[in-house]
Design a protein around this ligand. Structure first.
Ligand SMILES: [Mg+2]
Ligand SMILES: [Zn+2]
Length: 283
């Protein structure tokens, strides 16, 4: 009996994951408003502070084009570019969940020719107002008309766990799916807690998400596959389509990653060896 193949949905954080830096910090530093940023940091939530910083740039006669030119200089590791293209070409559904904003993310993705690889980008809405100032709104205010998401892990403007729940509900309505979540930060842990058995969470080594996962393993149902840098993540992304083939051969026709996990997941060492089978990394 042959079951339908699970659709693989790869959800990426953006800052310090797809790009190695933080796009907000990059703009603040490159356009020389670090001092006022640092001064106001204790007084405003991050997202509101960034909106305020865009006002600052506008008052200094910096244009939206200046901001775009600055964003196009954000480095993106060539392996990440090829890894994303390869995962997309192999049929994975790629999405972004980020606390940056639409204009920052889309400017960078378009610059590197990656925009068409993503089916959805969930982030804070941004737009250029009639005076030419870039405005950054709050995701939850904008989409749910509510200021309180009730999560104590995430910043007030966006709860990534809530985003993942909503995304899973809409994806699951269309059939069986396996989620892979790639991230580095604390709000990514909120998203990771929403993953199910058979999903994969990919935390970045030496960043908060990784430690949160290992200190709270009872809260994580997904398999864990660490990565270290752009080279490493890009290489692993190129192998994502191989996940299914590898596991499928163990038990053809069944929903694969969950089966793989059942065979091996009882201890950390078993989990590690499972992870090696799942995503072999050439060295
Ligand atoms: Mg991040
Ligand atoms: Zn949250």
């Amino acid at each position: 009996m042959v079951h339908a193949m699970a659709r693989v949905v790869v959800v990426f954080d953006f800052d310090k994951t797809i790009i190695d830096c933080d796009s907000d910090n990059w703009v603040v530093e490159q356009l020389g408003i670090n001092d006022i940023f640092t001064q106001l940091l204790p007084t405003l939530p991050w997202n509101s502070l960034m909106d305020r910083m865009m006002m600052e740039l506008h008052s200094q006669k910096k244009t939206i084009q200046d901001i775009a030119d600055c964003l196009k200089q954000v480095p993106l590791h060539p392996k990440i570019i090829s890894g994303i293209k390869s995962a997309h070409a192999s049929g994975c559904d790629l999405r972004i969940v980020s606390d940056a904003n639409t204009i920052f993310i889309e400017t960078i993705l378009k610059h590197y020719g990656l925009m068409d690889c993503f089916s959805e980008i969930i982030t804070n809405p941004s737009y250029v107002d009639e005076e030419g100032r870039l405005r950054i709104l709050h995701y939850h205010h904008h989409h749910f008309n509510s200021s309180a998401h009730g999560c104590t892990i995430c910043p007030p403007n966006m709860c990534k766990g809530l985003v993942m729940e909503t995304m899973r509900a809409s994806v699951s309505a269309e059939g069986k799916s396996q989620f892979v979540y790639v991230g580095d930060g604390t709000p990514d842990f909120c998203a990771a807690m929403k993953l199910e058995q058979g999903d994969i969470v990919m935390p970045r080594k030496n960043f908060p998400l990784r430690d949160l996962i290992y200190n709270n393993k009872n809260l994580i149902k997904a398999n864990i596959q660490e990565w270290s840098d752009g080279e490493d993540l890009g290489t692993k992304l190129q192998l994502i389509d191989a996940i299914e083939e590898k596991c499928s051969s163990l038990k053809p026709g069944t929903f694969v990653p969950a089966d793989c996990k059942l065979q091996t997941a009882s201890s950390i060492s078993a989990r590690d060896s499972f992870a090696r089978n799942l995503l072999p990394v050439p060295r």
